[in-house]
Design a protein around this ligand. Structure first.
Ligand SMILES: [Zn+2]
Length: 210
């Protein structure tokens, strides 16, 4: 059965759990939806099938471009670019705090080529941590970090009740805000995350359960 490009895009996003499949950044706190990346470029014969598509943040999408090989950071030899559909992320990468570590030539070369430990990226990881989005829950789990689509669950912001901030303000207002955020979370994670951030800044979090 042929599916539309819009449906293909939706499935690619869902399979990736809303995370870039190269750097593992979540799109929930970013200003734009991520891109569908052709792992093997169409100009080189790559298809529009899901097994040739990856979900990529704008930075990785730009760095990837039409490349399928990159230079090994240590030896200078060409190595295959990490393939999210065929390779297991956790076999090539690992986290050391906010720093991404390359475990193999494939991992090390991608980190250098995509500049995956820049100051900006580390700042984003610190911000994601406040919303329970970092480290990626499946990053080091070989059962779920493998590229096969159905194995990667759809990522959700764990809750709109971050465990930080002080309790303050009228109880009724906090309950109302909690209900509103939970209702919004089901359909709009980005606004929910921003509202939760504002609420915590105003001292309205943690929110009550009901
Ligand atoms: Zn990325």
């Amino acid at each position: 059965m042929t599916i539309s490009w819009a449906e293909t895009t939706r499935l690619a996003e869902q399979c990736a759990g809303g995370r870039c499949e190269y750097c593992r950044m979540h799109q929930a706190l970013q200003g734009a939806t991520f891109h569908v990346e052709h792992i093997r470029p169409r100009v080189d014969g790559g298809s529009d099938d899901l097994d040739n598509l990856a979900w990529a943040c704008p930075g990785c999408n730009l760095k990837k471009s039409k490349r399928q090989t990159i230079v090994d950071a240590d030896t200078g030899a060409p190595v295959p670019l990490f393939h999210p559909r065929l390779q297991n992320w956790s076999e090539h990468f690992s986290w050391n705090g906010y720093i991404l570590i390359g475990l193999t030539p494939v991992g090390r070369s991608l980190i250098v080529a995509f500049d995956l430990n820049s100051e900006r990226r580390q700042m984003i990881r610190r911000a994601e941590e406040k919303f329970g989005l970092f480290p990626p829950p499946d990053a080091n789990d070989p059962r779920t970090s493998r590229g096969a689509c159905p194995l990667v669950p759809v990522a959700r912001i764990p809750a709109c009740k971050p465990a930080f901030g002080r309790v303050a303000g009228p109880e009724r207002a906090r309950r109302k805000l909690g209900r509103y955020l939970r209702k919004r979370q089901a359909r709009d994670n980005v606004r929910c995350a921003l509202l939760a951030f504002l609420a915590s800044s105003l001292g309205l979090l943690p929110l009550p359960e009901r």
